[in-house]
Design a protein around this ligand. Structure first.
Ligand SMILES: [Zn+2]
Length: 308
């Protein structure tokens, strides 16, 4: 797992579900966006693409994908490229350069990526030979055809600012202690916890969909049976009035519905146990104490009780 210690973490589920990669290449883009972060865009239903990073208007770096996971922004290069989208206000002239704050962020990020993954501190010479470049440097393998991304001014900044900075050994730390503080065991523990929460949320959303579907199916079955029985009763005309028989039928259906609710509760319980297993699994033996605490809190939330 490779998480940038100075990026704002907005990890999306694809970071855990897509294949692992060994990065050799760093590719800069412009986003054609005025959004402060692309999180909302990446998580929009139907959007299949994703990028590892985004540099916002004022130089804040957002990370959406672990850099050891494949992000789909670079066509044939997805299996070895780390992609960095950048704010451009949504309508960029080719001559619009990165601001001072954005460029500083782009240089710092390049230094971290090169150090973390051993990427060549040089301009990419071929599409699959490693190094640093802009999206349209190799239009067909990297972009699927000619493109204006990231633009002539930003391409010049990659060549004249970013690459010389890392080639000269420019770093990413702002203090000698930063590395220890930000990549220690606590940081890893928080990242693991984040992973549990994201996968739990995805599973819960799916369970709710399933439950909704089951409930609808049952209700439509019940409605059909009820109508059928009412017709039969009306035809037979025995000693009881139709209303009496329907009242008995309603009572029977209430019983049946209570049974359905009981089964749904069982299903929720099974899901809760699976989530608890996931917590213990991800945190491991060494963090059993924290795992117990999280499981206890989950239980409180799910049952609406507070432990004494
Ligand atoms: Zn691009």
């Amino acid at each position: 797992m490779a998480i940038c210690p100075f990026a704002v973490q907005q990890i999306i589920p694809e970071s855990y579900s897509q294949g692992r990669i060994t990065p050799t290449t760093l590719i800069y883009h412009r986003a054609v966006s005025s959004a402060e972060s692309l999180l909302g865009y990446w998580t929009t239903p139907g959007v299949e693409l994703e990028s590892h990073f985004y540099i916002g208007q004022f130089g804040t770096i957002y990370q959406f994908m672990d850099t050891s996971a494949r992000a789909d922004a670079n066509m044939d290069a997805n299996n070895f490229a780390i992609s960095v989208e950048t704010w451009d206000g949504g309508n960029t002239p080719d001559s619009m350069a990165w601001s001072t704050a954005q460029l500083a962020a782009a240089k710092r990020l390049a230094a971290w990526v090169c150090e973390t993954h051993g990427i060549k501190r040089a301009a990419a010479q071929t599409w699959n030979g490693g190094g640093i470049g802009g999206h349209n440097w190799f239009p067909y393998p990297w972009a699927g055809g000619p493109r204006g991304c990231p633009g002539t001014a930003r391409n010049a900044q990659i060549r004249n600012d970013i690459i010389p900075y890392v080639a000269a050994g420019g770093g990413w730390r702002t203090s000698p202690q930063e590395d220890d503080v930000l990549t220690g065991p606590q940081e890893q523990w928080l990242l693991d916890l984040h992973k549990v929460v994201v996968s739990g949320a995805t599973r819960t959303a799916k369970l709710n969909l399933d439950l909704g579907f089951i409930r609808e199916s049952i209700l439509s079955d019940i409605g059909a049976v009820k109508a059928l029985l009412a017709a039969v009763i009306a035809a037979q005309k025995d000693d009881l009035s139709d209303a009496d028989v329907l009242a008995r039928l309603d009572a029977k259906l209430d019983e049946q519905w209570a049974e359905v609710e009981r089964r749904l509760e069982q299903a929720r319980q099974i899901d809760r146990e699976a989530m608890e297993d996931a917590v213990r699994d991800v945190l491991g033996e060494d963090n059993a104490g924290q795992a117990d605490e999280i499981v206890r809190k989950l239980g409180e939330r799910l049952t609406g009780t507070e432990a004494a």
